[in-house]
Design a protein around this ligand. Sequence first.
Ligand SMILES: [Zn+2]
Ligand SMILES: [Zn+2]
Length: 256
Amino acid sequence: MKVRILGCSGGIGGRHLRTTSLLVDHDVLIDAGTGVGDLTLAELTQIDHVFLTHSHLDHICSIPFLVDTAGGMRSRPLMVHALPETLATLTEHIFNWQVWPDFTVIPSPTQPFMSYVPLKVGESVTIGARTFTALPANHTVPAIGYALSSPSGAALAFTGDTSTNDAFWPIINRMRDLRYLIIETAFCNRERALAEVSKHLCPSMLAEELARLEREPEIFITHLKPGEIELTMQEIEDDAGEFNPRMLQNGQVFEI
Ligand SMILES: [Zn+2]
Ligand SMILES: [Zn+2]
């Protein structure tokens, strides 16, 4: 499977900063941040599944436009996979007829443009030859990460938004062929208190987390805050350089 980064920033601005979204082959999204808006209409209509990490706006904001734009050109609903709490938030706060119409009943409840699929931590969904497994995360709202694995067992793990997380590492360490780990670092070290209260990571916390890793995947950093990118990457080099973490780039492609 091919994974293309559509967005990996903590914010927007200019040509390169887009919020979180990963396109798997041509038909699956992991999160639907602002990067989805760069896809062509033809690409948008091919998306059959969206796996969400959590309900925060930077990860879901393109779903309303995606479903409204592509829904009428498709014969199947867009399947939105997420924790039940995340789906409840979408129902209550986005697709509530006030912010946006409820596309789970449009144009009809039996053939809607969008359907919800509840997902539990630890649960796997297989689509074709690709398996998507919900990983535990530790954020201010119910949240998960994802492991993407191919039939050979080659895997890419994505933390989503998370702070330090005891439950994550034993699962990661059991993955025999973990090729890539995409992990967030939303703040620089002087904002450690903010990272703790908003349940993200800063470089010193990242270093403590990576010390628990027993595999040797290539490590990529996501969700850097615009305006602090260079500083945060320098601090990551200082605090966790032994793990050779690199900044995730918009447009980057992984193959597993
Ligand atoms: Zn978040
Ligand atoms: Zn976020």
